[in-house]
Design a protein around this ligand. Structure first.
Ligand SMILES: NC(=O)c1ccc[n+]([C@@H]2O[C@H](COP(=O)([O-])OP(=O)(O)OC[C@H]3O[C@@H](n4cnc5c(N)ncnc54)[C@H](O)[C@@H]3O)[C@@H](O)[C@H]2O)c1
Length: 360
């Protein structure tokens, strides 16, 4: 997966720092504080650099539409509204998802430092990008990080149903290693994230017929038809069961919108999303010596990677490794962007009067 899911026509390669600088200027121009503009931009650019283009800067046009039409506040700040032992409830107050979720994961990390483990439930939030980012915040602090979110639009039918009743609610777990990148599993409960279908729609590329069904329930290779239809759950009914439980953990637990209350992030930019997330941490030091654990993780990674390979397979990957490789390459060579995303971003920068020198 990762880069292999994208087929770009004309491209432009840009250094990470340059994209970050331009994206920050764009969010500042929208009225965001310096700190929040950095938080959001860093998240989006990191997603692109990891090859997760579905959740990179291509989302900015959508986020700006929501700022303009009042769905998301550009300046609201999250706060802890309830705390009990190692748990907390955070109200995002309709702030950007990245702002509310980063705040929530930082609270979870602090609680786990004190109590050994933690659970922070976040409500009143918005679309927050990739789950991996938050789970990795914990891994980078010597913890095992868990992150759940409810998706921003109902796009999946329950097994046996035909209606869009559920999101492809993604979740992530990240674990630190001694000498290798964090192992991080981050996935939506559909065969692929719907953002990949959106990206294919933007770049006029066909999609595999296993990704989505059209409105009549037939598998389709047309991204437009797939966008209007339903995404297919991974592993059949198992993906449906997983998405059901992810919805409970992220949204039902704290009273965020779920089921019929869920708005369409793309089509209803004027409506409040009231999205929910859950962040959890296990402080590894509370169980065993951190360095000893990380060394065992290195052993596990080597063990798996050295397994016998199927015919034609050059390398076995562990979860998150492909994205970590993409990141390493992007740091050295820059991020390869499709021109459609660059042009969209430039138009946004022009509209918001971003100085020419800070446009992509
Ligand atoms: N905020 C939201 O509402 C929302 C909704 C859906 C998805 N997302 C995000 O979209 C992103 C993409 O999701 P996705 O489900 O399409 O991810 P994906 O299918 O690209 O990858 C899923 C996982 O599989 C691993 N993987 C992929 N190929 C592998 C291989 N050959 N060997 C070993 N591991 C491999 C990846 O490292 C990753 O951990 C995620 O970051 C997710 O959080 C967000």
């Amino acid at each position: 997966m990762g880069n292999a899911d994208y087929h770009f026509n004309k491209t432009m390669t840009l250094p990470i720092e340059r994209v970050l600088e331009c994206e920050e200027a764009l969010y500042r121009a929208a009225g965001m504080s310096k700190e929040d503009a950095y938080c959001v931009s860093q998240h989006l650019v990191e997603a692109d650099a990891r090859g997760v283009y579905s959740h990179g800067i291509q989302r900015s046009s959508l986020y700006f539409k929501r700022f303009e039409q009042g769905g998301t506040s550009v300046s609201a700040q999250p706060e802890i509204v309830k705390q009990f032992g190692a748990t907390a409830l955070v109200d995002g107050h309709n702030s950007m998802g990245m702002v509310a979720a980063s705040y929530g994961m930082n609270v979870a990390i602090d609680l786990a430092k004190k109590f050994g483990t933690s659970a922070v439930s976040i409500t009143g939030s918005n679309h927050f990008g990739t789950c991996a980012h938050y789970a990795e915040m914990a891994a980078n602090s010597g913890m095992i990080g868990f992150c759940w979110t409810i998706n921003a639009v109902n796009i999946m039918a329950p097994t046996g149903g035909t209606e869009r009743m559920l999101g492809n609610n993604p979740y992530a777990i990240s674990v630190p290693c001694a000498t290798k990148p964090n192992v991080v599993m981050d996935m939506a409960t559909s065969v692929v994230a719907r953002g990949k279908i959106v990206m294919a729609k933007k770049t006029h590329s066909p999609i595999p017929d296993t990704w989505a069904k059209d409105v009549n329930g037939n598998p389709t290779t047309d991204p437009e038809a797939g966008y209007l239809g339903t995404v297919q759950p991974f592993a059949g009914y198992k993906g449906y069961c997983q998405t059901f439980m992810n919805m409970v953990l992220a949204a039902v637990l704290n009273g965020s919108y779920f089921g019929p209350q869920v708005i369409d992030l793309y089509e209803e930019p004027e409506k409040i999303q009231n999205s929910g997330h859950l962040m959890q941490c296990i402080n590894i030091e509370a169980i065993d010596n951190l360095e000893a654990f990380k060394k065992r993780m290195d052993e596990v990674v080597d063990y798996i990677k050295n397994g016998r390979k199927a015919d034609g397979v050059k390398e076995i990957f562990v979860p998150g490794e492909i994205e970590a490789n993409n990141l390493k390459k992007a740091k050295a060579e820059g991020i390869v962007y499709p021109m459609e995303v660059i042009m969209e971003n430039r138009a946004l920068a022009e509209k918001y009067n971003v100085p020419e020198a800070l446009r992509l």
